[in-house]
Write a protein that binds this ligand. Structure first.
Ligand SMILES: Cc1cc2nc3c(=O)[nH]c(=O)nc-3n(C[C@H](O)[C@H](O)[C@H](O)COP(=O)(O)O)c2cc1C
Length: 206
């Protein structure tokens, strides 16, 4: 991290560093924020978590975009309860970021078409899976049709996969920061103030 001493006791610089770490997740597959944990509330009322790849950050909209299979359980979770949370831990600067908000899933529309067209054929291949993710099967399987196992399908072969593709848009209103340091941890929370259209931050006891 650059300027650690400066941000250690500075709320604005800590916020700027949180933003930088989150945005890096969509820009580099080597960034810790590239594979956050996304949590939803299951239909039984319990928490449900999974790792997802962060595809895009819209800082002004406070949104994170993920791609998923439209038949996956997380869609049912979000239909019942849109509450969601995203967790990132970057071990190098020892910073945990916890984002709270809600999420919606889209299967149609310009944003979904754009995300689909920007995906590689290897990435799109996942959506050719014959059964919904999580379905009980008799034999160990990738779920993919045999014809595309071990190779990249062409555009024509991928046509049926588009129906199974969805984007998950997570919008956050709270951002929490925990910075582990030998000299004493630092914890802070910023809350989106919709009236002022700005973030309001406070230090917290770690
Ligand atoms: C490194 C890694 C990256 C993953 N990326 C995604 C992803 O971008 N989208 C996704 O839906 N699932 C992704 N998964 C799989 C999910 O963690 C999860 O197993 C799957 O989405 C089913 O979750 P659900 O049953 O809660 O819907 C990834 C898993 C790992 C380990």
């Amino acid at each position: 991290m650059t300027g650690e001493a400066a941000l250690y006791n500075n709320l604005d610089l800590s916020f700027a560093e949180a933003r930088r770490l989150i945005e890096a997740g969509a820009q580099s597959r080597h960034a810790a924020a590239h594979h956050p944990v996304v949590a939803t509330i299951g239909s039984d009322g319990g928490p449900s978590q999974r790792v997802m790849i962060l595809r895009h950050v819209g800082w002004q909209e406070r949104s994170l975009r993920f791609h998923t299979d439209a038949r996956s359980t997380k869609l049912d979770d979000l239909t019942n309860n849109s509450a969601a949370s995203v967790l990132i831990y970057d071990p190098e600067p020892k910073i945990q970021l916890r984002l709270s908000g809600s999420a919606v899933v889209h299967r149609e529309g310009a944003a979904v078409d754009a995300a689909w067209s920007q995906s590689t054929n290897f990435a799109r291949r996942c959506y050719l899976a014959e059964q919904a993710p999580g379905v009980v099967v008799e034999q160990p399987t990738s779920g993919l049709p045999e014809s595309v196992e071990g190779r990249q399908p062409d555009d024509a072969e991928l046509a049926p996969a588009r129906d199974n593709f969805a984007i998950l848009l997570f919008t956050f209103h709270t951002l929490e920061w925990l910075y582990l340091a030998n000299s004493g941890h630092r914890r802070a929370r910023w809350q989106w103030d919709s009236g002022a259209a700005d973030w309001r931050g406070h230090w917290l006891a770690p």
